[in-house]
Design a protein around this ligand. Structure first.
Ligand SMILES: [Fe+2]
Ligand SMILES: [Fe+2]
Length: 278
């Protein structure tokens, strides 16, 4: 928090009253002021849906923007983080026939959340398709965050098994619905992201109900379980841990991702060259 001397002096009664205080009274007044400031900061209070809607017109971009397309796009809260730069950066070109690993290195990096999720799946001996689904589950957010489960599944479907695509698609809806049988609870963080009084729309509930009865329900559910523990900014996981699994379960097109005429090739090209104006 930035401390502005004059603002504080004014807030605790002006220069005269501050001069009249002894050290203890000043320290107490300062503490009261800082507590009040913290309580009023946007991250201290769990917002309502209406609070979040009232912030829409304070931003130069919409909260659903893909993380590659705007500074501030990285945060699900839709605010530019204090350690983020003011502008987007120039991106290095991809090789002529880019692989998934090239995209990881040059477009998705640092991808900490993806790597931590997959690492947790690996250390809990989950099967290789679940590990891959965890690794890929949120990467659609590079392109667009709104409905990222569906976008992510569409992006990866031509290259992975139908079970992996299913898990990626449905993890989005499952995150809103607790499942005590596997100790999955509604994420506290969602109160900040969606608002404490948020009710998922009917299509999300319908997707959840469909998935709940599906034979691959647990595959999608395991993504949400590994999701919960995977937001540690200091935990760095090396992508090389997953190269064998990618090699076995990701069908890399020889022409390169973006140039194989698959139903999602254009999505890969948009991630590859997001500065193309049209
Ligand atoms: Fe997700
Ligand atoms: Fe996630």
């Amino acid at each position: 928090m930035q401390i502005e001397r004059e603002k504080i002096i004014a807030a605790i009664g002006g220069a005269k009253s501050v001069d009249a205080m002894d050290d203890e009274a000043r320290a107490e007044a300062l503490e009261d002021y800082l507590t009040k400031e913290l309580d009023e900061s946007p991250l201290a209070k769990v917002p309502t849906v209406a609070d979040l809607e009232s912030r829409i017109e304070t931003r130069a971009f919409r909260r659903g923007v893909g993380s590659l397309f705007a500074v501030g796009g990285l945060s699900p809260l839709g605010e530019r983080l204090s350690n983020e730069p003011e502008t987007v950066r120039r991106l290095p070109p991809l090789p002529a026939r880019p692989t998934l690993l090239d995209y990881f290195e040059l477009r998705f990096a640092p991808a900490r959340h993806a790597l931590q999720s997959a690492d947790r799946a690996l250390t809990h001996n989950m099967d290789e398709e679940v590990v891959l689904a965890c690794l890929l589950h949120d990467l659609g957010q590079t392109l667009i965050k709104t409905d990222h489960g569906w976008w992510g599944a569409q992006l990866f479907r031509p290259y992975v098994s139908e079970r992996v695509a299913f898990a990626i698609q449905y993890h989005q809806a499952l995150r809103f619905f607790p499942d005590p049988s596997v100790s999955y609870e509604y994420p506290e963080q969602y109160n900040f992201i969606f608002g404490r009084d948020y009710v998922p729309p009917p299509y999300i509930r319908a997707a959840y109900e469909y998935c709940r009865k599906h034979k691959w329900y647990i595959s999608a559910r395991l993504i949400t379980i590994n999701d919960l523990y995977s937001f540690d900014p200091d935990c760095v996981v090396d992508l090389s841990k997953f190269t064998d699994i990618i090699g076995r379960h990701f069908k890399q097109p020889p022409e390169g991702l973006g140039f194989d005429d698959s139903p999602s090739a254009h999505m890969w090209r948009a991630i590859s060259t997001p500065d193309t104006p049209l």
